[in-house]
Design a protein around this ligand. Structure first.
Ligand SMILES: [Zn+2]
Ligand SMILES: [Zn+2]
Length: 289
């Protein structure tokens, strides 16, 4: 059974700019399942570009409710519905996910009601199962186990790293977090650690460009990890591959892959991937592992 990770949207933060990448979302195909992790702007187009038939959308995980991770959750489910979705989608998210979904349904009530009557579609409200989770075991089914670890992303308290295990293959997502050593235990021995990352030399330029200066910089430094720190977690966890994701900055023309690599190499000597939109990371075939 193939295990494949696709980095759909690779930038940290909600703003998009001409020619730049999209906010955070990922596709994880593991244990025969199609799992979407986070739903930043662009997730729907990114999934179809990765070859996913939205009709068979199955499971969605949201790490926390910052908009660069959840803005397009409702539009993704709604678009899957108009593409022919007729089976239940499970959405796992932190407390507040149900409120988001009900608010989205309310905002789209006119369209949803009219499509049910006019196009004979099933009621979208009956096709979604929301499961709000906390730290610990989240879900086990068909040999797939998912667990969550609360990470350090102030002022958001309900932000969770996620670990997916199936038949000896394991993928861990850090979610958004400042340097958080307990993540190393949580990610111990994983095949892939997808960790958020920030580059110090880009932060000042980003802050100047975005326009709310000191406050934004304060948030970034308190709530996110530098690439070197992501490397430290990967090394302590002994993972097979580190993937830098949720890049800050992601669209600074003077920062390229070589800069990310150089910063990470101070602490991590193993396999390394720097995310870009649509990039595919394959895991070894489980039956031959
Ligand atoms: Zn984020
Ligand atoms: Zn966040």
């Amino acid at each position: 059974m193939r295990t494949r990770l696709v980095l759909i949207g690779s930038k940290g933060g909600p703003a998009i700019r001409p020619g730049g990448p999209s906010p955070t979302s990922s596709l994880l195909e593991i244990g025969g399942r199609t799992i979407v992790v986070d739903c930043g702007l662009g997730v729907t187009r990114g999934l179809t570009d990765a070859g996913v038939n939205l009709k068979v959308l199955d499971v969605v995980f949201i790490t926390h409710l910052h908009s660069d991770h959840v803005l397009e959750l409702g539009p993704l489910i709604h678009t899957a519905w108009t593409a022919g979705l007729a089976t239940t989608v499970r959405i796992f998210g932190p407390p507040g996910t149900r409120d988001y979904w009900h608010g989205f349904l309310q905002a789209m009530k006119f369209d949803i009601d009219i499509r049910i009557v006019d196009e004979g579609r099933p009621d979208l409200r009956d096709l979604v199962d929301i499961i709000e989770f906390g730290e610990g075991a989240v879900w086990t089914e068909g040999g797939l186990t998912v667990s969550a670890l609360r990470v350090d992303h102030p002022p958001v308290t309900d932000c969770f790293a996620l670990r997916f295990d199936h038949a000896g293959a394991s993928v861990v997502f850090s979610a958004d977090t400042a340097y958080f050593p307990p993540l190393a235990d949580f990610a111990a021995g994983a095949d892939i650690l997808v960790h958020e990352a920030m580059l110090a030399e880009g932060v000042d330029r980003l802050v100047a460009r975005t326009g709310n200066g000191a406050r934004l910089k304060e948030h970034l430094l308190a709530s996110h990890s530098f690439a070197e720190e992501a490397g430290q977690i990967a090394a302590a966890a002994g993972v097979g591959r580190l993937v830098l994701h949720h890049l800050i900055p992601a669209d600074d023309p003077s920062i390229g892959e070589a800069d990310w690599t150089a910063a990470t190499r101070k602490s991590w000597a193993g396999a390394l991937t720097i995310a870009s939109d649509g990039l595919v990371v394959e895991l070894a075939d489980e039956s031959s592992a």
